[in-house]
Design a protein around this ligand. Structure first.
Ligand code: SAH
Length: 463
């Protein structure tokens, strides 16, 4: 964070002038940008070479004079001669923000690639580093946005007083969200049929009254922001409060609205962490207060996520909830290593289990599952990896069953280990920091574990 050397703002130019000093192609291209605004655009140059004839600009075919900067909001200098030098001096003296075309070190500001859906504008900027990339991004965003966005924004703007009189705070926000995403309202706008549908929508929202709170139990995936589902992303943007665990990627938490409250309840060394009972009480309290709560969990909420307890608490309090699945760590680990966790004639099933606090009976059961070819994915087992492997062998699993470990699955900095159950039991291995999945089963041998650290196949000890 904190690495931008420029700050993107929307700068008022109405009623002012945008002065462009220069008469060539560079001046023309800045003029095309400037005329997107309501400012009056003035071109000043003794040599008008480019064709400005189809642009609504004023042309002063003469050298630059200091008085040209009166009422100027911005100055572009696209003249590399004495006229340009004079304009730069004058702009600095008058403290008018200056852009010297193609000379970044002399610029007070850069021009972004602009997506214009007036009154909505989107600027894509790269601090002068990669204008081609900015234009590419602009093209993609252009393609994704309705051409009627501007009209929808104006409609929302025109209803502001009306809405403020009947709805406030989050209720008004919900109305606007629906207004600007409603296909019916958009269709009405295109056909120029007035705002009947929009008014109807407002009446509905007023009638609905205070909406009750809701809790979305959302899976954030294993740590890469682009493994978040589209639904998760949408709900995060609707949430008033985001209650998240420590394992949830920061980029996912960032995705929420800027003014959404964010509460970290996860376990982190050296910080106060909430007990499960406190988390249950928190989401119930927020739900009762009418908040829309995104309860964001790493991986999938229903897999070792204590979602069951939270759902019980919500049910008891009569608060609505919905579950949004996420990519669980074991499946991210399978993807990282191209390991088919089920495989014809090799593995007829896939078991998600936790090695943490496992009882002998459970271990006996898993040992027999692994012996019949099923793939085990062990969660929360890193600190007990060796002993768990020994115990599985003691309960009858073969020491030659392939194993694989993925630390920080789904992330760029993942680390892989592979070997056999016997090797894992024998080796006093220091695994890398971070959460880990331990796979046990014949299917592991069918994955692509290139780059994995080999776990030594020394003699194993039986616990
Ligand atoms: N709900 C989560 C699991 C939470 S329990 C999910 O579905 O993935 C926490 C355990 O999950 C960790 O001890 C580790 O075993 C596993 N885990 C979570 N994120 C992981 C990741 N990125 N890579 C490997 N294991 C992970």
């Amino acid at each position: 964070m904190g690495e931008l050397t420029t700050f993107p703002v929307s700068y008022k130019v109405e009623g002012k002038r945008i002065v462009i000093v220069g008469g060539g192609e560079e001046a023309l291209s800045k003029a095309r940008l400037a005329i997107k605004t309501t400012a009056s655009v003035v071109i000043i140059s003794a040599n008008i070479e480019a064709d400005f004839s189809d642009l609504p600009v004023a042309i002063l075919a003469r050298p630059f004079e200091d008085a040209d900067l009166v009422d100027a909001a911005l100055v572009f200098v696209a003249d590399h001669g004495p006229d340009g030098e004079a304009a730069k001096r004058a702009a600095r003296a008058a403290r008018v923000p200056l852009n010297v075309v193609d000379v970044p070190e002399e610029c007070d500001f850069y021009t972004p690639a602009i997506i214009d859906r007036a009154p909505v504008s989107i600027a894509v900027a790269s601090e002068g580093d990669a204008p081609v990339l900015s234009r590419l991004i602009r093209a993609r965003i252009e393609a994704a946005l309705s051409p009627n966005l501007g009209a929808l924004a104006r409609l929302a703007g025109s209803m502001r007083e009306k809405v403020a009189a009947v709805l406030e705070g989050s209720r008004a926000r919900r109305f606007y969200e629906e207004l600007v995403t409603s296909p019916e309202v958009e269709a009405e706008l295109i056909r120029g049929q007035g705002t009947e549908r929009a008014d109807e929508l407002l009446a509905q929202h007023v009638e609905k009254g205070e909406s009750p709170g809701v809790v979305w139990l959302i899976g954030a995936g294993p740590g890469a922001e682009d493994l978040l589902t589209l639904r998760a992303q949408r709900l995060l943007q609707e949430a008033d409060v985001i209650v998240h665990d420590h394992l949830v990627p920061a980029a996912a938490v960032e995705m929420g609205r800027r003014d959404a409250e964010r509460i970290l309840v996860g376990k982190q060394k050296g910080h106060h962490s909430f007990t499960q009972a406190e988390i249950n009480a928190l989401i119930v309290r927020l739900g009762k207060a009418g908040k829309r709560v995104a309860r964001l969990k790493g991986g999938d909420p229903m897999v070792f996520g204590r979602a069951g307890e939270e759902i019980d608490a919500l049910n008891e309090a009569g608060i609505a909830y919905h579950v949004v699945p996420g990519v669980t760590a074991a499946l991210a680990a399978a993807a990282d290593t191209a390991t088919p966790v089920t495989l014809r004639r090799v593995s007829t099933g896939f078991v998600l289990a936790t090695a943490h606090g496992a009882e002998s009976e459970e271990l006996r059961h898993w040992a027999s599952l692994a012996s019949t070819g099923l793939t085990l994915a062990l969660y929360m087992g890193k600190s007990v990896a060796g002993p768990t492997a020994s115990r599985l062998i003691a309960e009858g699993a073969s020491a030659s069953i392939p194993i694989g470990v993925v630390v920080r699955a789904g992330r760029k900095d993942r680390v892989l280990y592979r070997g056999t159950l016997g090797g894992l039991a024998a080796d006093e291995l220091e695994l890398e920091d971070g959460p880990a999945i331990i796979f046990v089963g014949e299917a592991i041998a069918h994955g692509d574990w290139r780059g994995a650290i080999e776990i030594a196949r020394s003699e194993f000890k039986v616990a």
